[in-house]
Design a protein. Sequence first.
Lengths: 266, 256
Amino acid sequence: MAETGVTTTQVREPARPFVQPVTLLRIALIVGILALWEALSWSGLLFRDVVPSLLAIGRALIDTFADAGFYFHLYTTTYEIALAMLIGGLSGLVVGLLLGGSPLLSKAYEVYLYYLGPCPKIIFFPLMLLWFGVGPGSKIAMGAISCFFPIALNTAGGMREIDRIFIRVGRSFRANTWQMVTKIYLPAMRYPVINGIRLGLGVALIGTLLAETKLSNRGMGFLVIQAYEFFRMPEMYALLIILFVIAIGANALIGRMGGIATIKRA
Amino acid sequence: MSSATAIARSPALPFVLGVGTLVVALAILELVVSLGLVNPFVMPMPTEVFAALPRLIVEEHAFQRFLLTATEALTAGLLVAIVGIAAGALLYRFVLLRQATETWVAAAASAPTVLLYPLFLVIFGRNSATIVAMGFVAGLAPIILKTLEGLCTTRSVLINVGRSFNLTPSQQFRKILFPAALPTIFVGLRIGLIFTMLNIVGVEFLINFGGLGQLINEMADRYDIPGTYAAILFVVLVSVLVFILIERLERWLRPE
């Protein structure tokens, strides 16, 4: 899982108009897309409800939030992802520290992780069903497997890039292994680790939700696939919008944490 | 990413350790299952799994399935490359458009697009079109971002050389900007193609249609436990081989 970089360019004009042209263009684009959507929905070119009216989607969003049952499913998925992140994240961190700390272990085992990392994890779901049953256990396992790889690889890579001088400082203070990990290694490599956690959360979310759509009786993924099976399209759009807002929001939040960490260091 | 190459050039000891651990782990597993300590319906013996591999190839047409998946992946990959590079160039050309939409593209790159598969099922039906479309959506954002990054980080010296030769904008793009951005674009293509393949195999498994993904689904549905393990092993091996191939290809194509 490689990270896709973003080049941010900032242009400062001497005289600022009341409304920035960029903001204006953004508003125009959003309004244009929404208008196109609505026109497509009314045109009858596609099957009814494949592109539902924005009003219908809005109503479905309100209905979803008003439905008490929704919060049970939201809680189930949140709980599954949280446990998956805890299990997969901690094991990824430990494995990453071991691999990053020892050149021999890294050379012996990291190549397996490196090539297994980008494999489609969802194909392991039948095995997770065999091992952990059809309940939340198999979903947690899917999420944990998914997030283990980016966190382990990022931790190992981050550890190798620590400035040698920090390690020498730790040694000269006679820090023991635990102190070295908590006082030297983890603070010095927090940026790659946080980045690993950000990538890990993204794939854990996907792993857990996809597993729920495949076979389950609760959770957000289950709700989406139910809406699909009963052809309740506005509800499906509403659920997908909620999921995307949560996923992109969580990603941005963790990304910002990484940003703050680097600012403090400077 | 260079860790793999560093590992590949190292002496034999780590390699022996890695493979040795794998063999010992499989041997322990074999022993544990044959002693009846683990339910064989949950964990078959590794030898049974390996024995099921030829069956997959002969009876389940694993290679034809691979070709089907590869065709879908290449179709989606080609679409992604054309649209993604064009979109990246467009965003580079129109600065205002870039300022307005670059964060959106970045957000889309981190969005769980594979969750849209029920939506694509409704629009395209349960067929190859859905699978190709899912692969396309998954791979697009990284290529746009990497193309943009490559074009934006072209050294100004190179651009000035083009200016001093009085190149037209299209010549400037073809002779200076595009070749200069090519290494970064290849990185984007590799990432995008991997996302595309990942999603294609995943969606094949989820909607039980098409090539390699469906193979796993079918074996699991038949409750053929060694077959399921063997199918998963086969798909993992195939994906690893494809990753290695893409990496080699990138290194070979990349102008240094």
